[in-house]
Ligand binder design. Structure first.
Ligand SMILES: [Zn+2]
Ligand SMILES: [Zn+2]
Ligand SMILES: [Zn+2]
Ligand SMILES: [Zn+2]
Length: 657
């Protein structure tokens, strides 16, 4: 789960809210607290914001808009690097130039030239696919006719290098034709044409002249078992149930071996952190190599034309002109996700769903066929909230509504800024509802970053954005979670880090883990952030932390008969242990014999992990964990050390940078 950063860049809005609250007297607050529904709450705040404060819009923050002169400067720097054969830096500078180059009629030729220049760098870097894409973009933007033979020739060579021979042939032919427009001297043209002819004759003799299929993407992580009928993102080994105390939660519907993929879920909505907007794709969070800019702003960049198309057809079409205002206001990423849930769908979509939305209903185990309805039904803790809390979030929602009215979200019906139509009130109420539920249901999206220091290297997990996953959000918390989650792009993958028995709760972790934090701290964190009392096994039995386990030398042997723990001290000379629960005896010799080489096994697996051979290491660790689990009862140090290693191996399969 995501920790909603209360102070992160939120100041500007907090000041506005403070000011707004000062305009309300006691009877206003009383009136607000007695309003029967969200529509009226939105109306209450919206009306007063404009009556009392005038335009609440924040000023433009600088450096937002495209700037042709800046783009040309950057292009120049790119060319300097190109001439020094520093193609990586050249790509970076040309990319910056593209981001800043206006996409108005009079700048398109410049844009096309920068694309062509970048394609030359990518060609030198042997990044042929990206070079081909850039050449296409150069041509699409009207690359000058007299220079076209250059990019056709480059494209032909890219196709040749990637064994797309048919396309290469066509490109070579296009090069010959384009030479007529080149303005080169007749001699020069003849020479080049001859070159091409030789190339073509050679290729014509090649019997294998056909388009070879290109290698596909890496296969996605395979779900364990079959997809769940009710919750297709989850495995059918997961069952979503409902109980008064726990709300909706997940349990294993059969035994599941450690390391199984229990959930693969696409983000319902995700927002990239602002500081990564030039290094990661806004839509899929992929690390950018040769970014494609938004035609309207220099705020976002895409990994390719597909992501750009998706974003510009939905949320970014609405958000593009709003970004300066949104950023200047400094609202947190969770708030932006609440807005994104609206902007990524047209107004019509929500209006049609309206009859199905009722937050007064308590959702039980049933799932709705429409994804949004499931999101809508996630927990909001409305009844536990103070008036101040609701007022603050209503203010954010009203502000977003004000922003949306200035775009064409309401299809030209934004109309008078002071008046709200029924549709607008409805969207405002949804924004408020999203803000309430997002507090408890947003997840951090992260990537692993390798850090090389002088003598060692280690990995750190970096938080790059936030997402909502309606199915994952149904998993409850445990301070000793049985799953680990990681991301591929904005999708989340969940794998269990220990064997699961049928009926066992499938829990994940919202932040505090028993190994690293004492019970009191964990309970406090969970109470303040997520508003619940944790009664996981680690809390109920007050398990020792990592540090405390270090000094504890007793063993928790699993009773052969009833599976409960028999505690024996390592100094004990007894070879027979008596179980206090079932009163039967267990032979310790056998257990100790099995356990004597676990240390060696752990070291061997750790060695594999240190060499980044995660797949093999994972297999070894999982076998070791099963062995430990068979003979010992958690909590004990070796078991959790092994589990920690499993977690680390699995995390290595996620986003990397
Ligand atoms: Zn992308
Ligand atoms: Zn834009
Ligand atoms: Zn707990
Ligand atoms: Zn027993």
């Amino acid at each position: 789960m995501m920790n909603e950063p209360a102070s992160q860049g939120n100041e500007h809005f907090s000041i506005q809210h403070e000011r707004f609250r000062n305009t309300l007297n006691a009877s206003d607050l009383d009136e607000f607290s007695n309003l029967p529904d969200d529509n009226r709450r939105i109306h209450f705040v919206y009306k007063r914001l404009y009556a009392n404060l005038g335009d609440p819009g924040a000023g433009d923050d600088e450096g937002n808009s495209k700037n042709g002169d800046k783009a040309l400067e950057m292009k120049k720097t790119g060319t300097v690097y190109f001439q020094k054969s520093d193609y990586r830096n050249a790509v970076n500078w040309y990319s910056l130039a593209l981001l800043n180059c206006p996409q108005t009629e009079d700048w398109l030729i410049q844009l096309s030239i920068i694309y062509a220049n970048r394609s030359a760098c990518l060609y030198r870097l042997e990044d042929y696919d990206r070079s081909i894409s850039d050449i296409q973009r150069a041509l699409d933007n009207g690359y000058p006719k007299n220079l076209r033979y250059k990019v056709y020739d480059r494209r032909a060579r890219c196709f040749l290098a990637t064994k797309q021979l048919k396309s290469a042939l066509e490109s070579f032919k296009a090069t010959i034709e384009a030479l007529d427009d080149s303005g080169l001297s007749l001699d020069e043209r003849r020479k080049r044409q001859l070159d091409m002819q030789v190339m073509l004759t050679m290729m014509a003799k090649d019997k294998n002249l056909k388009n070879e299929p290109k290698a596909g993407d890496e296969p996605t992580a395979g779900l364990y078992g079959r997809p769940n009928d009710a919750y297709p993102a989850a495995s059918d080994a997961v069952s979503i149930e409902y109980a008064e105390a726990e709300g909706r939660h997940a349990v294993a519907s059969r035994d599941v071996p450690v390391g199984s993929v229990l959930l693969v879920e696409r983000a319902y909505a995700s927002v990239l952190l602002r500081e990564y907007c030039h290094t990661h794709c806004t839509d899929c969070f992929a690390k950018l190599v040769a970014p494609v800019p938004c035609p309207g702003c220099n705020r976002v960049a895409f990994c390719g034309d597909r992501c750009k198309r998706v974003a510009l057809k939905s949320y970014h079409a609405i958000e593009c002109p709003l970004l300066p205002t949104l950023f200047a206001t400094g609202v947190s990423i969770t708030c932006l996700i609440a807005l994104r849930i609206i902007t990524q769908q047209p107004l019509r979509y929500f209006v049609d769903l309206q009859p199905k939305l009722n937050h007064m209903q308590t959702p039980c185990g049933k799932r709705e066929p429409e994804k949004y309805v499931n999101l809508y039904n996630l927990v909001t803790h409305r009844r536990l909230r103070s008036v101040q809390d609701i007022l603050h979030r209503t203010h954010v929602a009203a502000f977003y509504l004000y922003c949306l009215k200035k775009t064409n979200y309401f299809a030209g019906c934004g109309g008078d800024i002071e008046l709200l139509t029924d549709d607008q009130l409805f969207i405002g109420s949804l924004l408020l509802h999203h803000l309430l539920l997002i507090q408890f249901n947003a997840f951090e999206v992260s990537e692993l970053r390798l850090r090389r220091a002088a003598d060692n290297e280690n990995q750190e997990t970096v938080f790059i954005g936030g997402s909502v996953y309606p199915t994952l959000a149904l998993l409850n918390h445990s301070c000793d979670p049985c799953v680990v989650r990681y991301h591929r792009g904005t999708s989340v993958i969940v794998q269990n880090i220990r064997d699961l028995c049928v009926g066992e709760a499938i829990t994940e972790n919202y932040g505090p883990m028993f190994m690293f934090q004492p019970k009191k701290d964990r309970q406090e964190t969970l109470k303040t952030r997520y508003w619940f009392e944790c009664n996981c096994i680690a809390c109920c039995q007050d398990w020792p932390t990592w540090e405390q386990m270090k000094v504890n030398t007793s063993l928790r042997i699993r009773c052969k008969n009833c599976k409960n723990a028999i505690t024996v001290t390592t100094e004990s000379m007894e070879f027979i242990a008596h179980c206090r629960v079932c009163l039967k005896t267990t032979n310790l010799m056998a257990t100790l014999k099995v356990l004597q080489d676990t240390e060696k096994k752990y070291k061997a697996a750790k060695g594999l992990m240190d060499k980044h051979n995660y797949k093999k290491a994972l297999k070894e660790f999982m076998a070791l964990l099963s062995l430990l689990h068979k003979h010992l009862v958690p909590p004990f140090r070796d078991y959790h050390l092994c589990q920690q290693a499993i977690r680390e191996c699995i995390l290595s399969f996620g986003n990397k940078s």
